[in-house]
Ligand binder design. Structure first.
Ligand SMILES: Nc1nc2c(c(=O)[nH]1)N[C@H]1C(S)=C(S)[C@@H](COP(=O)(O)OP(=O)(O)OC[C@H]3O[C@@H](n4cnc5c(=O)[nH]c(N)nc54)[C@H](O)[C@@H]3O)O[C@H]1N2
Ligand SMILES: Nc1nc2c(c(=O)[nH]1)N[C@H]1C(S)=C(S)[C@@H](COP(=O)(O)OP(=O)(O)OC[C@H]3O[C@@H](n4cnc5c(=O)[nH]c(N)nc54)[C@H](O)[C@@H]3O)O[C@H]1N2
Ligand SMILES: [Mo]
Length: 752
């Protein structure tokens, strides 16, 4: 396999997993980690007392785990981390930064683990080794030289453990800034905000057991076959027990249609369980209209048979603004609902009928298809409106389920990674740690990019992640990073953010989650359903020069502060129990942290909405009444969504295939509704230039292969991060600030 592009298109698949998934898992494991490291590591992944899968945040069963609680993409993530290939001083001596920057993301990923700290000195062409102490001193000196702590930015990607994340934000705030943007700003920020406003809790309200009790599960704007494959076993069990699964997605994704369980004989023989009983192929960004239509239909059924559909008792005792919402939904015309959603009235009524059996057990799951649009917050609040009508929150078999991405993105936020943590958190932090945390809000991801671009922020520090490639508007973000005095990344693998740098750049290589962290230390993570669990690495570290994220942060803090500072950084890093004790004192819900987390399966954090205790200003769940709209483009243009292929984890490119969609050996592709291609006279497989339009601004990428692909008229899709060049920095979701990576206005034209 090579990173070269030579597109092969086959038929999209109609089910996911089965024998091919197992074969691909094994191939990645043996190729990268070898016959010794591979099987030993994989056997411990997601087991009680083992390490947490470094891929997605889907929970593990609370009890009865099977001997292989992982999926193909978890296996790829593990293999990528456990690889025995090395990016060491010799590698960097051989390749200049300019030369490395010419290579593809796939090539970068193939090179292996970074094994020692490296520095790119001002004006130098190559990275060279640096000792840990000198690296810490360089960072501390640079931070001291700034005019204000707000000139530094501390980014976090959601793989950092609770312990690392807590220590990191403690350092940033002790230093004097709330500039703590994270990947969540680009991910589920809209979900957190919408849920907070509507139900007073920014997290989902269901557990795995609820899935087996639901009548209907709506899976909206999510591709679990690729991005949360372990979710398919849960969905299969639910469907086998009589639950109806309904998919809402512009693309017909294999993993929503069928699943062949790799641990079952029928699954291995390629006999899948049918999953979705209805598949609503919605227009991109048509979801607000769909859920408004669903509410309208439910209210109409209620008119006809009063007391049978809407949960009156719940609405009376638990909610406000019902009457306003009811008249808004009833007054919305069907024609408008159908036009904006692209879904027929009869289909919407049919779906509503599934919810009219009196038990009202609805779960709605969603991911990036809902969160990365201009009206995402309003859309997610509309989902909640439907749940409130049915009283489908805080009850068995019912609730809302934003399906998180990175394995600890939810935990990072819980322990303080946010540019605007509430006063309650900051005041406990001050009290328990003896610091004075600043109170002014910091920069989120997009604001950080602007601040660097203006030259107002001069140090960029990344705890994991690949900021350049994850952020919108790649060229603008690159120019922003290049303005910095220092860019510094704590990383496991080489990525493009190491190659587009400030004047000086540092790479600080850390242990991966599968590796042992000393004799005794383990870390903890919170999954998508609020369960905190321990994660203990098992493999020998690939190099003696790797340090844990905790040790790296403590090292920097100790180099920056003198011994009189109230936080004993190095002492905390010696034994992570000490960090957990501190978290326990600062963050509610972590009582007896060190004890409870060592129990099998960990513990659930409290969730007020699940208990129907509404932490909104009014102490009630709130119906919202947004204008119904959807992203519209000028005639002749298309709406582009940027999404993940089957062979990547975010910006990490494991391979060049998107097996379930039938696309092989290419990533610079644009999937387009076939008629749209025909009308433009663009032949399948030919090369097109894509221009995105935002006001007067134009951004362009060239030579993408055009692929006809079944989806609603007016839509297109291309892979993240290749298409990020097209996502305008100024296009953000209202309220949450998330870049609108799923609704970009574009034109396409045959390349010349
Ligand atoms: N293997 C693997 N696993 C991953 C990741 C990975 O890259 N690889 N990434 C992790 C991360 S950080 C995250 S956030 C999650 C992401 O998980 P997903 O959200 O599943 O990821 P995307 O590929 O962005 O897919 C978005 C889906 O939404 C659909 N969609 C797009 N626009 C709309 C719309 O307007 N309405 C509706 N209803 N649907 C729409 C797309 O067709 C696509 O199926 O996965 C996590 N897990
Ligand atoms: N256009 C477009 N843009 C998007 C999205 C989209 O759908 N479309 N999705 C957005 C979403 S949902 C997200 S979450 C962001 C993701 O943004 P990020 O989280 O910033 O990106 P990743 O690709 O997950 O980061 C990969 C890098 O993390 C490092 N790494 C891996 N494991 C570890 C570890 O254990 N410790 C440390 N310190 N480093 C490690 C490796 O060096 C690797 O290169 O991208 C966003 N960007
Ligand atoms: Mo994400």
């Amino acid at each position: 396999m090579s990173g070269e592009e030579h597109l092969k298109q086959g038929k999209p698949k109609t089910w996911a997993a089965g024998a091919p998934a197992v074969a691909v898992s094994m191939e990645h494991m043996f190729r990268e980690a070898g016959a010794l490291r591979g099987p030993v590591g994989l056997a411990e992944m997601n087991q009680f007392g083992g390490f947490d899968c470094p891929s997605c945040a889907w929970p593990d069963p609370d009890h009865d785990r099977s001997i292989a609680e992982f999926c193909e993409n978890g296996a790829k993530a593990f293999a990528s981390e456990a690889t025995t290939k090395r990016v060491d001083a010799k590698f960097f001596a051989k390749h200049s930064v300019t030369e490395l920057a010419k290579q593809s993301g796939w090539w970068h990923e193939q090179q292996g683990r970074i094994t020692e700290p490296m520095i790119l000195r001002a004006g130098a062409s190559h990275y060279e080794p640096i000792s840990w102490d000198d690296a810490f001193r360089t960072i501390a000196d640079q931070l001291k030289a700034l005019d204000s702590p707000n000139q530094a930015i501390f980014y976090t990607s959601g793989r950092a453990s609770n312990e690392a994340a807590f220590l990191y934000q403690l350092f940033a705030r002790s230093y004097g800034t709330n500039n703590l943007p994270d990947c969540s700003n680009m991910c589920h920020e809209s979900s957190g905000l919408a849920l907070k406003q509507s139900i007073g809790e920014g997290k989902g309200t269901v557990t795995l057991d609820d899935f087996l009790k639901a009548d209907v599960i709506l899976c909206v704007g999510q591709n679990p076959g690729t991005n949360h494959p372990r979710m398919l076993s849960t969905l299969e069990k639910a469907v086998e027990g009589g639950t109806k699964l309904v998919a809402v997605n512009p693309l017909r994704e294999a993993g929503l249609m069928g699943f062949a369980h790799p641990q079952k004989v029928a699954g291995m023989l390629g006999r899948p369980t049918r999953l979705a009983s209805k598949y609503l192929q919605i227009r991109i960004n048509g979801d607000l209209a769909l859920f408004r239509g669903l509410a309208k239909a439910l209210l109409e059924f209620e008119e006809n048979t009063p007391g049978s559909v809407v949960d009156d008792d719940f609405i009376k005792s638990h909610t406000i603004h019902y009457e306003e919402y009811r008249s808004l939904a009833v007054g919305t015309g069907w024609a408008e609902i159908v036009r904006l959603s692209g879904i027929d009235e009869s289909e919407i009524r049919d779906l509503a009928l599934d919810l009219c059996n009196g038990s009202r057990k609805l779960i709605t799951c969603w991911a990036m298809g809902l969160t990365q649009h201009r009206n995402s917050v309003a859309t997610i609040r509309e989902v909640v409106n439907v749940h409130l009508l049915l009283g489908a929150i805080g009850r068995d078999g019912a609730g809302v389920c934003p399906v998180r991405g990175h394995s600890n993105v939810q935990g990072d936020r819980t322990v303080g990674i946010w540019e605007k943590m509430p006063e309650s958190f900051l005041s406990s932090l001050d009290r328990e740690c003896g610091i004075h945390a600043p109170r002014d809000h910091g920069y989120d991801t997009v604001a950080s990019i602007h601040a660097m671009h203006r030259g107002e922020a001069k140090v960029f520090f990344g705890l994991g992640g690949n900021f350049l490639q994850a952020a919108p508007d790649t060229d603008y973000t690159a120019a922003a990073l290049e303005q910095c005095e220092l860019t510094c990344h704590v990383s496991t693998k080489l990525n493009r953010s190491h190659l587009v740098t400030g004047k000086t750049a540092l790479i600080l290589p850390c242990l991966g989650r599968s590796e042992r962290d000393g004799e005794k230390n383990f870390v903890t993570c919170e999954n998508s359903m609020g369960v905190v669990q321990l994660s203990r690495g098992i493999l020998a570290p690939l190099s003696p020069d790797l340090r844990s994220e905790v040790a790296i942060i403590a090292g920097i803090a100790a180099a920056f502060f003198d011994a009189k500072h109230p936080v004993p950084w190095l002492w905390l890093a010696e034994d992570y129990d000490r960090i957990r004790s501190l978290i326990e004192r600062v963050v509610p819900g972590f009582e007896d942290y060190n004890f409870r987390v060592t129990r099998q399966g960990g513990f659930y954090l409290p969730n007020s909405a699940k208990e129907r205790d509404w932490k909104t200003p009014e102490q009630k769940a709130v119906f919202s009444t947004a204008e119904m709209d959807s992203f519209a483009v000028k005639p002749g243009r298309l709406i582009l969504q940027t999404l993940r292929s089957h062979d990547q984890f975010n910006t990490t490119i494991y391979g060049m295939n998107d097996r379930y969609r039938g696309i092989g050996h290419a990533r610079k592709v644009i999937l387009v509704n076939p008629e749209e291609l025909r009308e433009r006279g663009i032949r399948p497989g030919s090369k097109v230039d894509i221009t995105s339009i935002c006001g007067d601004e134009r951004r362009i990428v060239r030579d993408f292969s055009a692929v006809p692909y079944e989806m609603p008229r007016g839509s297109a899709a291309a892979y993240f991060p290749e298409a990020n060049v097209l996502v305008p920095i100024s296009a953000q979701a209202k309220g949450s600030g998330t870049p609108t990576s799923k609704s970009v206005e574009i034109e396409i034209a045959q390349s010349v």
